[in-house]
Ligand binder design. Structure first.
Ligand code: AMP
Ligand code: MG
Length: 339
C-alpha cells in the first residue's frame, strides 16, 4: 500500500479513511500517534499488527473534547472536571473505568479501564472532529523503537503498512504524555507514566497529594500500566548515559577503546568536545526541555551514523527530567558511563 502524506487542506480525505477503518498517523504536542477509529475493533487490531505491539498493552483514546469521553464513562473521579479544565488539551492522559461494552475490548487490552487524552494540536483536533469518532493513537513507531517526533520517523517505521500520515512538523515536547490513573474515585490520582505534566504541577494545581506508581520509584516493582513493563525506545546502537561531571573521562575512555561515539550534545558540550565526537545530534540549548524534545530524534539520527556507541546526557530527576530520564534509562538499558 502507498502511504500518503496529508496536509491541512486534505484533512477531510484523511478523516474519510479513518472513518472507514484505515490507519492514518497524526501529530500531537508529545509524539506522533498511529490513528485508528477507536469504535472499530478491526481497525484497532491492525494498529497492534503494524506496530508489532503486544496485545496486552492498552491504547490511549484521543478525543476532541471532554464531552466525547462521557459517551464511554459514567463513573468519574471527583477531581476530573478540575483536572480537565486545567490540563486539557494537553500532555495528560486520564484513566477511567469504562462503561461495559462501550468500546471494543481490544482498545483496553481487555481491562475494565480506558485511558483518554485531548491532544493539544490544531490539525489533530480538526481530524478527530472530522472523523466524528475518537481515535486510538499509540506512538506511531515499530514497538520497541524510539517514538516518532517527526513525520519522517513514522514514514521510516511504517511506510507501506498504513494509509497515511498527517504532516505536522516536529512535535513540541518530544516525550509521551503523563498517564494519570483516576479509575478509583476514592483513591488519590496516581501517575503510571511520567510526562510533561509533572507530579509537582499536578499537586500544586489540584491542592491534593498525587501518588506515583511504585515501579517508577523501585526497580523491582511490577508496573500497574501494562505497557511500562516492555523494553522501549531502543536504537540499534548501544546507549550510555553520561553524568555532567563525567564527559572528559567518557571521551577519554572511548578513545582508549577505539570506539566511535555519537553524542546527543548541547552547544556547550559540542564546543568543548567536538573533536572527540564522530557524530553529534545538536540539542538547541542546555535545557531539559531541549533534551526531551531532541531525545528520540537524536537517538534515531545517531543510529544512522557509523558509530559504535551513543552518549546521552543525564539530567536531574525533577520536573520534566523525570520523564526524560524514564525514557533515556530504557533506551540505555539502564547503563551509565562509570568513571
Ligand atoms: P503509547 O500509546 O505507546 O504511548 O502507550 C500508552 C501507555 O498508556 C502504555 O504504557 C499503556 O500501558 C498505558 N495505558 C493505556 N491505557 C491504560 C489503562 N487502561 N490502564 C493502565 N495503563 C494504560
Ligand atoms: Mg509507545
Amino acid at each position: 500500500m502507498e502511504t500518503k502524506k496529508f496536509h491541512q487542506q486534505e484533512i477531510k480525505e484523511a478523516a474519510a479513511i479513518l472513518r472507514e477503518g484505515g490507519l492514518v498517523a497524526f501529530p500531537s504536542e508529545t509524539v506522533y500517534g498511529l490513528g485508528a477509529n477507536a469504535t472499530l475493533a478491526d481497525a484497532v487490531k491492525k494498529v497492534f499488527a503494524v506496530k508489532g505491539r503486544p496485545s496486552d498493552n492498552p491504547l490511549i483514546v484521543h478525543v476532541e473534547n471532554f464531552e466525547q469521553v462521557k459517551q464511554y464513562v459514567d463513573n468519574f473521579h471527583p477531581l476530573t472536571s478540575k483536572i480537565v479544565e486545567q490540563f486539557w488539551p494537553g500532555p495528560l492522559t486520564l484513566i477511567f473505568k469504562i462503561k461495559p461494552g462501550a468500546l471494543p475490548s481490544v482498545v483496553s487490552a481487555g481491562l475494565s479501564t480506558v485511558s483518554f487524552r485531548m491532544p493539544n494540536h490544531p490539525l489533530t483536533l480538526e481530524l478527530i472532529k472530522e472523523v466524528g469518532q475518537p481515535l486510538v493513537g499509540p506512538s506511531a513507531n515499530t514497538s520497541g523503537r524510539p517514538s516518532p517526533t517527526q513525520s519522517q520517523h513514522v514514514y521510516h517505521d511504517l511506510k507501506g503498512k498504513i494509509e497515511g500520515i498527517l504532516e505536522g512538523g516536529s512535535t513540541e515536547i518530544g516525550v509521551e504524555s503523563t498517564v494519570l490513573d483516576l479509575s478509583d474515585p476514592i483513591q488519590p490520582p496516581m501517575i503510571l507514566r511520567p510526562g510533561a505534566v509533572t507530579k509537582e504541577v499536578l499537586e500544586e494545581t489540584l491542592g491534593v497529594t498525587v501518588l506515583v506508581d511504585q515501579h517508577l520509584v523501585e526497580e523491582n516493582q511490577a508496573p500497574r500500566s501494562p505497557g511500562m513493563k516492555y523494553k522501549h525506545y531502543a536504537p540499534k546502537t548501544k546507549v550510555l548515559m553520561v553524568q555532567p561531571t563525567d564527559w572528559a573521562e567518557a571521551f577519554d575512555w572511548a578513545k582508549k577503546q577505539d570506539l566511535k561515539v555519537g553524542v546527543l550534545a548541547s552547544p556547550e558540550l559540542r564546543a568543548a568536545y567536538q573533536a572527540q565526537m564522530t557524530a553529534s545530534y545538536p540539542l538547541v540549548d542546555e535545557s531539559i526541555a531541549s533534551a526531551a524534545k531532541g531525545l528520540f530524534a537524536g537517538l534515531r539520527a545517531l543510529d544512522e551514523e557509523q558509530v559504535d556507541l551513543i552518549f546521552a546526557p543525564v539530567f536531574p530527576e525533577v520536573g520534566l527530567g523525570v520523564a526524560y530520564m524514564n525514557r533515556l534509562k530504557k533506551s540505555a538499558n539502564q547503563q551509565f558511563f562509570k568513571v
